[in-house]
Design a protein around this ligand. Sequence first.
Ligand code: ADE
Length: 249
Amino acid sequence: MIGIMGAMPEEINDLVACLTLNSTQVIGQRTYYEGILWGKPVVIVFSRWGKVAAATTVSTLILKFKVDQVIFTGVAGAIHDDLAIGDIVIAKQLYQHDMDARPLMAQFEIPLLNKTYFETPEQYISLAANAVNLFLETISTSISALAAFNIVNPKIHIGNIASGDKFFASHEDKLALQKALPHVLCVEMEGAAVAQVCYEFDIPCTIIRTISDSANNEAHIDFPKFINEISSKYSMGILKALLNILSTL
Ligand code: ADE
């Protein structure tokens, strides 16, 4: 059973519309849709926003629905200058940028785990990369709104993601994060929390993010526009390719 989490209700609704539904259950203010999606048994859920919301949701997926793998799709703000709106990031290492128990321990270190990041297993990165590459091959025909967002030739990136309970919407905050975690590609609000829970339960998780904004002073304008018009098309395309690949294994 694969747990599929999304941080946007729009993208979950579109996926549920494609699901051969077996059951719907409401637990802790989340709705879990269980069924078959593109040949694979899945549970789909809208996580809500932030680390706590994501952590409780993934715990329910693991404990109640017994998922043995988690896939999270959603959007992120670009932190590294190489990224553009419409690019896709597959997480390699996931950091909690707001974890700071200094001077008791190093900045970003997760208390009692002796880790400063969580890492996606290599084989899951490569499966996700195959799916994203397949999706990107057909993106210009499958998403007509690309031009309206000045998205030309969107790229795949495999690299590090920072998560925390903050929406980045200023140049100063972006620079501070670039300085604190120079190798990080993008920022979002759930991935490293999901990765921590999956690490603690020894379950693989794959975090895939589409860049919706540049985490700068325009982020609060770019983000909702991207969510409303395009992000669920990315999630649908990527997940369809990924589940089709997983069905053949
Ligand atoms: N998710 C998408 N854009 C973001 C931003 N600018 N900050 C935090 N999370 C995001």
